[in-house]
Design a binder for this molecule. Structure first.
Ligand code: ADP
Ligand code: ASP
Ligand code: MG
Length: 420
């Protein structure tokens, strides 16, 4: 069997869903299809959660836009307006509206997970109904009852043991050849919804691939494969035809948005090949990520993370940043669920680069400020070049104010002042 994953970059309108149908139609093997929310739905649902949590009525407007967006797609895919998908999706909108009508509890992350998951439910219900209407025997599975996690909301950890049993039962391929399910979401043993972290549906595909011993996993994207840079930021991008699992982990960890960083390990553990391919040109070969036992010739690969914050932390008494101080500092980052993108230390200070868009930042800075002097710069970018050359470095840093530079054998990283 193989696992396909389609995300918001490919399923953002009716044409994308029709394309998905063509790809599935031309597949002969048993299939699990993982689908995440359409287009930028999760971003809009994050706004809904924020309004809801602040008890602002504005959630109503954003949810209305989401409803319009989804029903426009439904109308194009199902012109006969008595199809059951209309009432099914309406039912889900009624359910989320009822939830938003109640007062939120104190736990933001919990409320977040119970709301954003609707993006995945709407999308999978619609795509499944479309495949069935196109004559494909697709079976919709609610992954929340088989991908079991702990209750670390917004960044849940998978319970591999329980999930293995439940996923094997649910996706048993006894009488079915196609299953369709949600990426990004899971559920606790008490049936509360959880999410695996933003962009986590690539990871979901890898988890299912691992548990079902897939022959391969294919992530269908709006790009021809893994490129040597994000085409949204740079021109002249080149496709990497083949890379090792290790290279893929490094690129994803450094911020290449094309694959979620957690995707590689479950596949590496079982040596399952991962393909990244274009949903718009499925006949083209894409990028193969697998075990490579020879040196691959690599061109420079550029990863740029914008909207970063550089935080410098200094003990008030000039004590060294070692042992206890380090434990204390990173314990706080973990407690506020803030991921660190780069660390640089000196004897009496430590600088940390993080994504500048997390609700935990203000409470983290307040908390750190109790024990340390904390300085920060909000407008910075983090640039990584793998397999760097002098020319590549010049190209990326020319005219920029460099705040931090770190070089290893294969990578060079710069924290630079962002553009005003
Ligand atoms: P999906 O929603 O389907 O998961 P994403 O938007 O998360 O898709 O990922 C695809 C996007 O990743 C591309 O549109 C591209 O802008 C971006 N991207 C960033 N770095 C790379 C890279 N090195 N190669 C290809 N795409 C990249
Ligand atoms: N829909 C989720 C998000 O936008 C998961 C994903 O796309 O992978 O983060
Ligand atoms: Mg994604």
């Amino acid at each position: 069997m193989i696992v396909y994953k389609f995300g918001g970059s490919t399923v953002n309108n009716a044409a994308g869903i029709i394309k998905l149908g063509e790809i599935v139609q031309s597949t002969r093997e048993n299939l699990v299809i993982v689908v995440s929310a359409f287009g930028k739905t999760t971003n809009s649902l994050e706004k809904v959660v924020e309004h809801y949590f602040n008890q602002s009525e504005d959630w109503y407007k954003v949810l209305g836009q989401l409803k319009f967006f989804h029903f426009e797609i439904i109308k194009k895919l199902f012109p006969e307006n008595n199809h059951t998908i209309y009432s099914e999706v309406q039912g889900l909108f009624d359910e989320i509206s009822a939830r938003l009508g109640d007062k939120p509890g104190d736990n933001f992350d919990y409320e977040y997970d119970q709301i954003v998951l609707y993006g995945e439910l709407w999308a999978t219900k619609i795509v499944n109904a479309y495949l069935v209407s196109a004559g494909l025997p697709s079976n919709w599975i609610d992954i929340r009852y088989c991908l079991i996690t702990d209750d670390r909301y917004r960044d849940a950890n998978v319970d591999w043991h329980v999930s293995e049993r439940l996923i094997k039962e649910a996706f048993c391929f006894k009488d079915n050849s196609i299953y369709l399910t949600q990426g990004f979401i899971g559920g606790t043993e008490r049936s509360l919804s959880t999410t695996l972290g933003r962009e986590g549906s690539d990871y979901s595909a890898a988890i299912i691939g691992n548990i079902l011993n897939a022959e391969k996993v294919i992530i269908w994207k709006d790009v021809p494969g893994v490129l040597n840079c994000d085409p949204k930021y740079f021109s002249n991008s080149e496709r990497l035809k083949e890379i090792s699992y290790q290279e893929a982990i490094e690129l994803a960890f450094f911020g290449a948005k094309v694959i979620h960083p957690k995707t590689i390990k479950p596949l590496f553990n079982k040596k399952i090949p991962l393909w990244v391919k274009s949903a718009f040109e499925p006949e083209n070969s894409g990028t193969l990520i697998h075990s490579v036992d020879r040196d691959l010739e690599m061109i420079p690969v550029y990863v740029k993370k914008t909207n970063q914050m550089l935080i410098s932390i200094l003990p008030r008494d000039y004590s060294f940043i070692i042992g206890e101080n380090l434990g204390k500092i990173f314990g706080k980052f973990n407690a506020y669920n803030i991921k660190v993108n780069l660390i640089q230390n000196s004897a009496i200070s430590i600088s940390v680069c993080i994504d500048n868009y997390n609700p935990g930042i203000t409470p983290l800075l307040d908390d750190l400020g109790k024990d340390f002097r904390v300085l920060y710069n909000e407008n910075v970018e983090l640039i990584t070049i793998r397999h760097y050359t002098d020319d590549a470095i010049r190209k990326m840093t020319e005219g920029k104010e460099i705040l931090i530079e770190q070089k290893s054998r294969n990578s060079v990283r710069f924290v630079v002042k962002g553009e005003e």
